[in-house]
Design a protein around this ligand. Structure first.
Ligand SMILES: *Cc1c(COP(=O)(O)O)cnc(C)c1O
Length: 394
């Protein structure tokens, strides 16, 4: 956060934009343009040569997108932010920038389904291999690092089992080998967890989730050191081209303004629903980072402000029972994604994580009875009563 906007709650609203620069427009304007005209041929030459600051073409930069990029960089306490067309565009731009043929990536034992798909494709096409690790200890991490390891890639909380990884510990081991640590911070948002402050190198988001917050945009963000992010901007972002649309950047600027307020309510609601789920006879296990009996609770206290808005639980029964639960819901929506105002519920084994081979899925703890719940901003009593009546029918 900058000197001017010391607190997170102020930075989400003001960082990266001053209405003085834009005719007093309180809301950052939407620059819906594909290109920018030069005043002369020589100016065009200087812009392309990098000798003069200024916009050239919207795949290379756009003023609305710049506001968003500066804001997320400040919120994650990093040097430079970049915005992408989706979370996966951010993941792929960063992973491809950090690897070449025959390299190796060490990953957390749970990964977003499409990130796992991307790593599988990189293995098949370029022999870039990967290992999955629970990263429980420094020794466990060291034992999997090879001379060709060029990236450590971590999700925490792990989707959908909500296990946690100690980011400070991972960063300390990575420093011994000079390997960059990339963290997918989608589930926490910078309001709950700031990986760069813990020594990690790059943080990325599916901004589709909590950062957008309203279920109306697909987008991604990444933040890191200026040199590395400059190289991503000039290679895997510019030349692969998964850039964000100006309107989507505008929606994210709007969404970010209420991030702390929304997140606190998501967490309040999730804590209430968690207590209820834990005491329901049809629920076998509940996974939520703010559970004091959770083995990772100490890590939660160390690195996350609160537990977040996502809860997973195993029901007593079979895959058919899990589907029956979903089919008996009233106003709660059966949908993938998370972090929206609406409560969303899904079945990872047949939806978000269906692409992962069954054997790997089981190792990740994704059973046929597992349900993932993204607790929304409705009254928690209404969320619970709908869930409870559906559980009672299982
Ligand atoms: C949704 C998600 C992604 C992918 O983001 P998209 O915006 O859908 O491309 C990556 N990581 C995590 C943890 C996610 O939840």
């Amino acid at each position: 956060m900058s000197e001017k906007h010391k607190h997170f709650e102020t930075a989400v609203i003001h960082e990266g934009y001053d209405s003085k620069d834009m005719l007093g427009s309180l809301s950052a304007p939407l620059f819906q343009t594909s290109t920018y005209s030069f005043e002369s041929a020589e100016q065009g030459e200087r812009r392309f040569a990098g000798e003069e600051e200024g916009y050239i073409y919207s795949r290379l930069g756009n003023p609305t997108v710049t506001v968003l990029e500066e804001r997320i960089a400040a919120l994650e306490n990093g040097e430079r932010g970049l915005a992408f067309a989706s979370g996966m565009a951010a993941v792929s731009a960063v992973l491809i920038a950090l690897t070449k043929a025959n390299d190796h990536v060490l990953c957390s034992s749970g990964l977003y389904g499409c990130t796992f798909g991307l790593l599988t494709m990189m293995k098949e096409k370029y022999n870039i291999s990967h290992d999955l690790s629970a990263m429980h200890s420094k020794e466990a991490i060291r034992s999997l690092i090879r001379p060709e390891t060029t990236c450590i890639y971590v999700e925490t909380p792990i989707n959908p089992t909500m296990k946690l990884i100690d980011l400070k510990m991972v960063a300390e081991v990575a420093k011994e080998y000079d390997i960059p640590v990339v963290v997918d911070n989608t589930f926490s948002s910078p309001y709950l967890q700031r990986p760069l402050d813990l020594g990690c190198d790059v943080v990325l988001h599916s901004a589709t989730k909590y950062i957008g917050g309203h279920g109306d945009v697909v987008a991604g963000l990444a933040v890191g050191k200026k040199d590395f992010m400059d190289s991503v901007a000039m290679t895997t972002q510019k030349d692969i081209g998964g850039v964000i649309a100006p309107f989507d950047a505008w929606l994210l600027i709007r969404g970010l303004k209420t991030l702390p307020v929304r997140l606190d309510r998501h967490c309040d609601n999730a804590e209430k629903v968690f207590e209820k789920l834990r005491n329901h006879p049809k629920v076998a296990n509940v996974y939520y980072p703010n559970d004091e009996s959770h083995p990772d609770f100490a890590i939660r206290q160390k690195q996350m402000k609160r537990g977040g808005g996502v809860i997973s639980f195993d029901i007593e029964g079979t895959r058919q029972d899990a589907q029956k639960l979903l089919n008996n819901l009233g106003f709660l929506k059966i949908a993938v994604s998370l972090g929206d105002t609406e409560t969303l519920i899904e079945h990872p084994a047949t939806m978000t994580h269906a692409v992962i081979p069954e054997e790997s899925r089981e190792k990740m703890g994704i059973t046929d009875q597992l349900i993932r719940l993204s607790v929304g901003l409705e009254a928690w009593e209404d969320i619970w009563s709908d869930l409870e009546q559906a559980l009672n029918k299982v």
